[in-house]
Design a protein around this ligand. Sequence first.
Ligand code: NAP
Length: 286
Amino acid sequence: MEQIAIVGLGLIGGSLGLDLVRQGHSVVGIARRAETAEAALAMGAVTKAGTDLALVAGADVVFICTPIDVTVATAEAIAPYLSEGAVVTDVASVKGEIVPAIAALWPNFVGGHPMAGKAEAGLAVAVAGLFQGRPYVLTPTDTTKPEALERVRAIAASLGANLCQCHPDQHDRAVAWISHLPVMVSSSLILACQGEVDPAIRELAQTLASSGFQDTSRVGGGVPELGTLMARHNRAALLDALTQYQQQLEQLKALIATEDWDALRETLTQAKTARPSYLPAASTQR
Ligand code: NAP
């Protein structure tokens, strides 16, 4: 069993702790607020908790689970307390700027990103099994130590996650497509509906909205702070994706305007055919 430390006990840090404590690891949690530390202990997400960063001393593996914009600062703040040989990893949703910055502070670092989330944030919504069957990306570079990579890989695999490996920049371009663009598209969909000028029609639309709208609006109704941080820290890749999305939408609009129904059906068929390749094999019926 490992001595594990988790810095940042929100949705991701708390969920990770719940799984690791259940596996029998010793898990020290470090929160910003004392209430969070106490709550994590009470719900069994950690075996020891506090607000002092010095608690990372003695940990074999440290998970940084603070928000994207303070991930590097957290690494900087814990570095003086880390045991020699400790492996540090993070869970931030962007990697391109974070991975080289932390690797420069602590060579025994491995970037990571579990692809699992919820519409809300905070420890209160943390759950065991969050990462089960979900992708967990590790983003080693030429300087990443193989032993450190193996250590993090083994823990991520023990969560039941599907491991995947790529370069930090490749990660950011890929998640721009499947995670960051959908947040912007889905929130735009909700706001476009809100743009209906007739209040009676808007109200009727709200009454009629069913499973299709629930699916397509879900990520647009997520945590605004996280969406903003994703855009700020993955700006270039997200702008590229948004530009291509706009072009795609313009093409669809032109087909409808010109009543080119055969071409529209062909386009929708292409989308239907492509969709399963973005979904886990078991969920292609969704
Ligand atoms: P969260 O639920 O809001 O939790 C953030 C945690 O960090 C809280 O424990 C909070 O402490 C602490 N914190 C907040 N601001 C801080 C600051 N300025 N300095 C130090 N600690 C601070 O967030 P989350 O959703 O778990 O996200 C954490 C990380 O996971 C982010 O890097 C995010 O990109 C990544 N991630 C998120 C998702 C997702 O869908 N949510 C998915 C995959 C990866 P207190 O409670 O004590 O205030």
